[in-house]
Design a protein around this ligand. Structure first.
Ligand code: NAD
Ligand code: MG
Ligand code: MG
Ligand code: MG
Ligand code: MG
Ligand code: MG
Length: 331
């Protein structure tokens, strides 16, 4: 594994370049502010009339259209949602992607699956923080950073890596460490992680546990605490010190149940299905399905979103969380 820190990633590599941040969302607002605070020249491209436009103004930027930003910049970081990147690229970025510029991403989907095909004479790189945007900003402000990935898809100038690393330092990532990867590896592992473990796997595990207890006649509020609320405490322990730390902290009864029952929940069959999902990612089958879904205005996605919102666990959870004074109220 190759890992870069601040001393390997001088910001000077891009100190004279103008950076366009296209999309002032979760990642965009953090990158733009961190880069500016690091002394770099930043232009924000964000559509007027959107809440994030007003946020950028509040943060002291003068947002322009994606096209204007792309035109004025030497480095163009694409931080609009993945499913609109190809059209924003075609309409606003491609016409201004002249020789020697650098096109950047925080996720490899559109490059890896060929939805965006930049010209040969520009650098194409990725700096992908391994954390949500608000953490990228928060860690930077307290003098730290979020570990990130760096990848070089095309090195047209001979300086692609040093430019990307300069950017990584600008957002504070190299304070924590920047690991080298490829667009292929980042894209495929990111999709696999969110589908099988972090989002798909965890959500279904929570729901199945909750449903099992409620169907057996236990109070939904108790089921919520056991199968959902307590997950954070467990994950915090794993985050800090691995599975071993979590097992040290739980009771021996819980630890024995963990070893003897866990494998009956995540079985060989589950792992076989994970391999199948991985292969759908690798062949591009998932990407094709998701792009088709977006082309026809998301009928499946919207239906599933609605059905999941209506699940009993959400109703119970909302009620319980409103009693937890320490939780910040958010829509
Ligand atoms: P987001 O949805 O939070 O923000 C996207 C921004 O783009 C919004 O401000 C939106 O108004 C703007 N936008 C939407 N459509 C647009 C259009 N057609 N033209 C111009 N602007 C438009 O996005 P995000 O979650 O920050 O994701 C950006 C990129 O970062 C993606 O490639 C994503 O995979 C990657 N990423 C995100 C995270 C994360 O934690 N959210 C982590 C790592 C990488
Ligand atoms: Mg979302
Ligand atoms: Mg991910
Ligand atoms: Mg992802
Ligand atoms: Mg317990
Ligand atoms: Mg113990």
């Amino acid at each position: 594994m190759k890992i870069y820190y601040e001393k390997d990633a001088p910001i000077d590599a891009i100190k004279d370049e103008t950076i366009a941040i296209i999309g002032y969302g979760s990642q965009g607002h953090a990158h733009a502010q961190n880069l500016r605070d690091s002394g770099l020249k930043v232009i924000v491209g964000q559509r007027p009339g959107s809440p994030n436009y007003d946020l950028a103004v509040k943060h002291g930027f003068e947002p322009v259209s994606a096209e204007e930003a792309a035109k004025a910049a030497d480095i163009i970081m694409v931080l609009v949602p993945d499913h609109v990147q190809a059209s924003v690229y075609e309409n606003a970025i491609a016409p201004h992607l002249t020789k020697g510029k650098m096109l950047m991403f925080s996720h490899g989907f559109n490059i890896h699956f060929g939805q965006i095909q930049p010209p040969e004479d520009v650098d194409v790189t990725m700096v992908a923080p391994k954390g949500p945007g608000h953490l990228v900003r928060y860690e930077y402000e307290r003098g730290a950073g979020v570990p990130s990935l760096v990848a070089i898809e095309r090195d047209a100038t001979g300086r692609a890596l040093s430019r990307a690393l300069g950017y990584a330092t600008g957002i504070g990532a190299s304070r924590a460490g920047v690991i080298e990867t490829t667009f292929k590896e980042e894209t495929e592992t990111d999709l696999f992680g969110e589908q099988c473990v972090l989002c798909g796997g965890v959500s279904e595990l929570i729901k199945a546990g909750f449903e099992t207890l409620v169907e057996a006649g236990y109070q939904p509020e108790i089921a919520y605490f056991e199968c959902c609320h307590e997950l954070k405490l467990i994950v915090d322990l794993i985050y800090e010190g691995g599975l071993a730390r979590m097992r040290y902290s739980i009771s021996d009864t819980a630890e024995y149940g963990d070893y003897t029952r866990g494998k009956r929940i995540i079985t060989e069959e589950t792992k076989k299905e994970m391999k199948k999902i991985l292969s759908e990612i690798q062949t591009g089958e998932f990407a094709k399905e998701w792009m088709m879904e977006n082309k026809v205005n998301r009928p499946v996605f919207n239906a599933l979103r609605r059905i999941n919102k209506e699940h009993k666990i959400e109703e119970v959870g909302e009620k319980l969380r409103s009693m937890m004074s320490w939780l910040k109220k958010k829509d």
